[in-house]
Design a protein around this ligand. Sequence first.
Ligand SMILES: Cc1cc2nc3c(=O)[nH]c(=O)nc-3n(C[C@H](O)[C@H](O)[C@H](O)COP(=O)(O)OP(=O)(O)OC[C@H]3O[C@@H](n4cnc5c(N)ncnc54)[C@H](O)[C@@H]3O)c2cc1C
Length: 437
Amino acid sequence: MYEPLSDTAGPPAVYVNGAPPPPATQPLDGHRQVAVAVIGAGFTGLSTGLHLASSGIEVAVLEANEIGWGASGRAFGQVVPYLKPGEDAIIRHYGSERGERIIDAVAAGPDLVFELISRHGIECWAMRSGLIFAAHSPSGQRDLERRTAFWQRCDAPVEMLEGARCAETIGSSLYRAASLDRRGGNINPFAYARGLANAAVAAGAAIHTNAKVRGLARRDGRWVVDVGNASVAADAVVLATNAYTGDLWPGLRESVIPMRGHGFVTEPLSDNLRHTILPERQSLTDTRRLYSGVRMLPDGRLHASAHGPSFGAEPRPDWRRVDARIRRLYPQLGALRWQQGWSGWVAMTTDHFPRLHELAPGLFAGLGYNGRGIAAATMMGRDLAALVRGARDETAFPLTPLRPLGWHRVAPTLIRGLVQTYRVRDVIDEVRLRRTA
Ligand SMILES: Cc1cc2nc3c(=O)[nH]c(=O)nc-3n(C[C@H](O)[C@H](O)[C@H](O)COP(=O)(O)OP(=O)(O)OC[C@H]3O[C@@H](n4cnc5c(N)ncnc54)[C@H](O)[C@@H]3O)c2cc1C
């Protein structure tokens, strides 16, 4: 039986305290008429709202909680120019024409994000200092070398770091090689969500928070969005609920697998220690099967992301695993004072590609970013806005039919088994890496 999504706590205080105020939002009362209703105020919904409002289209964004409450306000903060599958896999899956278009669009994702940040003056710790991807094994190193060579042929600012240069840039001698991709960067994702919301409202969008949509119906050629004691009639509706998707449309929830991602921050490190970690302020991930990341926040806190537990009700933060990993990586830190832990849901797909759907005439959805949605969801929002305007040939991802997964209810059981296998293989690889470091 699939355990229900459960979250009571909102985005972490460390992000909320570093964010601009949200725009003034009006409660949704009575019955409203708009051209487009967008459901969900994360990056997908806010970017859709901003792009529609900027083209002069009347749009209302409806959010069950508050702006950026879902994964968008809890993300690690890396703005990445790639998907999980490599460039060869993208071409194999989509063919060369569509595949190249997707590769180019995804590579330009950070440009879109940092351009929006700069155009709308969004204060969100934006730093385009690059992303470090370290090799945790010889096969990981070969993968990174292949990817780096691919991007260098495209004249992208991506390079391999080896030996002393690798150790200096990371601030640790654990890894022997890494790839540095200067196209990417890091942000406070909750602050970015609020900034997108402010920009959308300034462009003319309405945002209604505490407006949980309970039903969708087609009446007299329009969509009627039911919000309990209020409703919205719209010519088009965009579902932007990603991993938090409920029962609004049959089969949509079952088309992705929600998995938890976790974040942790320490108290600010002392001045002499904070400069030894990632001194150029890139963020670091590696090629292990289970995701983990490290970066330094502007006030000197160390921020780590880690895997698991992947399912179930909101767990207590599990410091032990992340603490052990950071101590192995940065032994100079000694005992760490962890201060906050949180989690949020990411929407996984079986092939690790996002989905763009037209579920019915005038009803669209974009979701399934597999934990890499800051740039991809911003881009998806722009493309959903293009679809609503009728510009069907402008989207990076193609429209595909909805495919609910027949084994969705047993997904946690199957995936827990897979995660355990990955964990063991990652530990074996890491022991080998430490022996050779
Ligand atoms: C811990 C963690 C770390 C991550 N790290 C990164 C990273 O470093 N880089 C990266 O690129 N990506 C990262 N991601 C993924 C990224 O955060 C997501 O892909 C992205 O935020 C998805 O945005 P979204 O707008 O589609 O969904 P969400 O931000 O989840 O928004 C969906 C919204 O829909 C609302 N909603 C749901 N149902 C209803 C309803 N019935 N009525 C009204 N509103 C509704 C929810 O309240 C929610 O606010 C991470 C995610 C997590 C959880």
